[in-house]
Ligand binder design. Structure first.
Ligand SMILES: O=C(O)CCC(=O)C(=O)O
Ligand SMILES: [Fe+2]
Length: 289
């Protein structure tokens, strides 16, 4: 792919147009179309939940930024055992981009009871501003500020994961109704998520059970995506997760997917492959998109 022109966007595949959940609620809330109603066996059940409660690891960004080795070891363990952690703040039409439902590929596919606003925010030239709701006062400024903060947080995580994987600090950095969000893993290198603090909806697969991720005030939930799993030769896991609804109130979450540039190949880092101790689990040379 050649250099992007301003406003051209990247294009992350196509999605068929369908009604959004908000439109259905507005037009005919008593008649939810059949394709939003998942088969019984595909719905979350109380019996899939882990029977014991787990604490998802919490990593302190200010300690990481200060070079604290114990905190870096905690990050290593969190990414190996969970692929998920929470991090305290120290301080749609033809494209999946836009508003509506994404990832609709067939006419009879069951749909999630979940509307999506998917925007590319960084780098600036990859923005496709025709999808941005610019009539909302302050929206652009708030998203720009937030994207800047997320960039700093993800740089800190990448810096620490690079050191843990035995490469230089900046190595990874730039490479850089269903009544629920269906189970999936993220194709990002990492994902940074802000959850609604009042509702526990996100669940992650741990062994065979689903473990709820209780929101922690002022914390980001960060998870390893498929790209980091490949770079780390499987040491860090891209964990399957889902989000369930509740009957009381709607929920909004904001997920930011950090992805490498299109030119990056999915090769496990040399430092992460040792034919005896840590045999290669991913092939070299897979193009990302
Ligand atoms: O809303 C959530 O908690 C999770 C969303 C998610 O997993 C995603 O957008 O990839
Ligand atoms: Fe996800």
């Amino acid at each position: 792919m050649g250099a992007l022109q301003e406003g051209e966007g990247l294009g992350y595949g196509s999605s068929l147009p369908v009604l959004s959940g908000q439109e259905i609620e507005r037009n005919d809330p008593q008649n939810i179309p059949e394709r939003y109603i998942k088969h019984l066996e595909d719905r979350p059940k109380a019996s899939d939940l882990a029977s014991v409660s787990y604490d998802i690891p919490v990593i302190d960004l200010s300690l990481l930024a200060a070079g604290n080795e114990d905190e870096r070891t905690k990050l290593d363990i969190a990414c190996q055992e969970w692929g998920f952690f929470q991090k305290r703040y120290a301080m749609a039409a033809n494209d999946v981009e836009g508003y509506g439902q994404g990832y609709v590929v067939t006419e009879d596919q069951k749909l999630d009871w979940n509307d999506l606003l998917f925007l590319i925010t960084l780098p600036d030239k990859a923005r496709n501003v025709k999808y941005w709701p610019l009539t909302v006062p302050g929206f652009k400024e708030a998203v720009e500020d937030y994207a800047g903060v997320l960039e700093r947080v993800s740089d800190e995580i990448f810096g620490n994961l690079s050191l843990l994987m035995g490469v230089k600090r900046d190595f990874v950095k730039k490479a850089g109704s269903s009544p629920w969000v269906s189970p999936h893993s993220d194709s990002s290198s990492i994902t940074l998520l802000v959850q609604d603090e009042a509702i526990t909806a996100l669940q992650i697969k741990h062994d065979v059970a689903w473990v709820p991720v209780e929101p922690i005030p002022n914390a980001l939930v960060i998870n390893i995506g498929d790209v980091m799993e490949a770079w780390s030769n499987g040491r860090y896991k891209s964990i399957e997760h889902r989000a369930v609804t509740n009957v009381e109130k709607p929920r909004i979450s904001a997920a930011a997917f950090v992805i490498p540039g299109n030119y990056v190949k999915l090769n496990p880092l040399e430092t992460m492959v040792d034919e005896k101790l840590q045999p290669r689990v991913f092939k070299d040379g897979v193009d990302l998109y």
